[in-house]
Design a protein around this ligand. Structure first.
Ligand SMILES: Cc1cc2nc3c(=O)[nH]c(=O)nc-3n(C[C@H](O)[C@H](O)[C@H](O)COP(=O)(O)OP(=O)(O)OC[C@H]3O[C@@H](n4cnc5c(N)ncnc54)[C@H](O)[C@@H]3O)c2cc1C
Length: 319
């Protein structure tokens, strides 16, 4: 059986969570087995996961899971995987996944592949998956030969696919250790646009902006598109923009459908976090800027001229 751990946000599932379910269903099909989902707490839309191919949803409630704690979460997933006889555990390679994938694998004595971006292929002695390494310059092929495997999936590896109908939701119990950390408070950012790791549309800018006082045109373009804003590392390092907007090798890795980069040179460390975007639009006044090599569309011009025109054109088209 393939067990997919699915996170929810107050009962609803984000696209990335549904991607993991589709990935798990396809893995189960490849292995000729069944696929079940595990959710923590009560998720109003839990039965809807059946549409994406799980035969049932296991719902585990515990006070110890009220806040994210990597030790408690990993133990809970591993204990459910053991009890249900799962041969593969699938989860998202998001901030939760990064914290618990290795821990789950240790608890299950399982082979582990984190951050994969290919569907598994069945081999004579297990399954093979691929992941990007060296800032996306190379691909690593990993053969998982253990009886149990743990796979975390990079966002946008696969699109959620409706293949079935709503399924049953079963309340289960499992040992969940008390967390050793206590969350005192959580201050969530307000706003309607998606956070960077889940954003479908991203408008990003770099040192070509000259200073933080000029960011109004980037925010106006993002507003017109309904996009999330991002930036290059030096921009965050110098305090022009908040650190959570920094994308790249040492920042957030994103895979949006559209990435617009204005005044960013396209250094390898920046590209490492954005070059899996579906469509890249680069605005740079230097025709030699390396970013143009990675661009689907390149505008070689002054961004202070182009960005407001783009915003107006988008507003007009939307109207
Ligand atoms: C270990 C390590 C990790 C790193 N990790 C990251 C990372 O995660 N993310 C990251 O971004 N960087 C990272 N860097 C830094 C990276 O190497 C680059 O220095 C950085 O990405 C450059 O930022 P930039 O493109 O904004 O600035 P610049 O390199 O200064 O480029 C500015 C660009 O703006 C253009 N420009 C200027 N004026 C205009 C205008 N009016 N109109 C249009 N274009 C204009 C210029 O032609 C230029 O191409 C890392 C570096 C190291 C060593």
């Amino acid at each position: 059986m393939v067990l997919v751990f699915v996170e929810h946000n107050n009962g609803t599932f984000k696209k990335a969570a549904l991607e993991a379910v589709t990935y798990a269903k396809m893995t189960a099909d490849t292995l000729g087995t069944d696929c079940k989902a595990l959710v923590f707490g009560t998720a109003e839309e839990a039965s809807e996961l059946g549409k994406y191919g799980v035969s049932s949803v296991l719902s585990l409630s515990s006070d110890h899971l009220a806040h994210y704690d990597s030790q408690a979460y990993a133990a809970a997933v591993a204990n459910v995987a053991k009890a249900s006889g799962a041969s593969v555990v699938v989860l998202n390679n998001n901030s939760t996944g990064v914290g618990i994938t290795g821990r789950i694998a240790v608890k299950l004595d399982a082979g582990c592949a984190s951050g994969v971006n290919s569907l598994p292929v069945k081999t004579d002695n297990g399954i093979t998956v691929e992941k990007n390494i060296f800032s996306g310059k190379a691909i690593s092929t990993i053969n998982l030969t253990s009886p149990v495997s743990v796979i975390s999936v990079t966002g946008n590896t696969i699109q959620p696919e409706v293949v079935g109908s709503p399924c049953s939701v079963e309340s289960i119990s499992a040992d969940v250790p008390a967390p050793r950390t206590q969350v005192i408070s959580q201050d969530k950012q307000q706003g309607t646009v998606a956070p960077l790791p889940e954003a479908e549309l991203v408008v990003s800018a770099g040192r070509g902006m000259k200073g933080p006082e000029n960011w109004g045109i980037i925010e106006a373009l993002a507003d017109a598109l309904g996009a999330t804003t991002a930036c290059s590392r030096p921009v965050a390092d110098t305090g022009w923009r908040p650190h959570h907007e920094h994308v790249g090798q040492t920042g957030v890795a994103i895979r949006p459908n559209l990435y617009i980069a204005a005044g960013i040179s396209g250094a390898i460390q920046h590209l490492a976090g954005v070059n899996s975007s579906k469509c890249i639009v680069v605005i740079n006044k230097d025709p030699e800027a390396p970013f143009f090599k990675a661009a689907d569309y390149g505008i070689c011009a002054d961004l202070f001229d182009v960005v407001p025109k783009l915003t107006e054109a988008i507003k007009k088209a939307k109207a």
